[in-house]
Design a protein around this ligand. Structure first.
Ligand code: BGC
Length: 259
């Protein structure tokens, strides 16, 4: 079964067709730049173009960088503030003609890692997946079940959001070496560990491919492992989410009446 997965990021809007049973891409990844300011109608227009590129007609899933509750955005840290209160699912459905299921981007990436990647063997206990990019995204799994919209990037550490202290954007902005960045990130991890005691941290997002450069500088009681699906996790997770949500909706409606 193939479903289109989208990942709405601060700099790019990406899409790919996903085989939701294997968690693999069955098309190339197509990317267009996120419009300046990332306002709702402009983003929806680009989403429409990405979907058109694939000539796709089915249901689609999209990971979105905000708190997303039943398709509606309730925060806007790295996107335009006019998203707050917007029904993102309805907006994307209208722009694409495809029924759209939207969830938080880190939750999407976490779902993919738990099913097909680094989290596969952690079906019991607490897994904290962190995506390090423009912000810090989080996805928490308790015995394999997602606790959505946790927003660990906005936990304050010494008066400042964790993501302001140790995102990848902060590392680039300050031109830190991996060791210098890891010192800041260690403080973030220690804070999370003190508050939530996970069994394992999965480090995802753009920094995951450099894990070997900084793993030596990090220490927590919990295991720390890199994500495995690199920049595909968000797309795969969004597609799987759409597939499951649509199936649930259909089963809730029951079988079609024939008479
Ligand atoms: C947002 C989260 C998002 C994360 C990663 C944060 O600034 O608040 O919703 O998951 O960035 O994109």
């Amino acid at each position: 079964m193939e479903v289109l997965g989208l990942d709405i990021g601060g700099s790019g809007i990406k899409g790919a067709l996903i085989d939701v049973t294997t968690g693999t891409l069955v098309s190339d990844r197509f990317r267009l730049p996120t419009p300046e300011e990332a306002k709702p109608d402009d983003v929806a227009e680009v989403v429409g173009k990405v979907v058109k590129h694939f000539g796709y007609k089915g249901v689609l899933g999209a990971g979105f960088p905000a708190v997303v509750h039943h398709g509606v955005a309730y925060s806007a840290a790295n996107i335009h503030e006019s998203w707050i209160g917007k029904d993102v699912s309805a907006l994307f459905s209208k722009a694409t003609g495809c029924k759209s299921y939207v969830l938080n981007d880190a939750d999407a990436a976490g779902m993919a890692e738990m099913q097909f990647g680094a989290g596969r063997k952690y079906k019991h206990g607490v897994v904290a997946m962190l995506t390090i990019g423009t912000g810090i995204g989080s996805a928490i799994f308790i015995d394999g079940h997602l606790f959505p919209n946790t927003e660990f990037g906005h936990i304050e550490i010494r008066g400042k959001d964790a993501e302001r202290r140790a995102s990848d954007a902060a590392r680039e902005r300050k031109k830190w070496t991996w060791e210098e960045w890891a010192m800041r990130f260690q403080e973030v991890l220690s804070t999370y560990e003190k508050l939530f005691s996970p069994d394992v941290f999965i480090i995802g997002g753009g920094t995951s491919k450099y894990f070997r450069e900084y793993e030596l500088f990090l220490r927590t009681r919990a295991e720390i492992i890199p994500a495995q699906m690199l920049n595909q996790a968000g797309l795969v997770g969004a597609a799987v989410y759409a597939y499951r949500s649509n199936a649930l909706l259909k089963s809730a409606r029951g079988p079609k009446k024939t008479d």
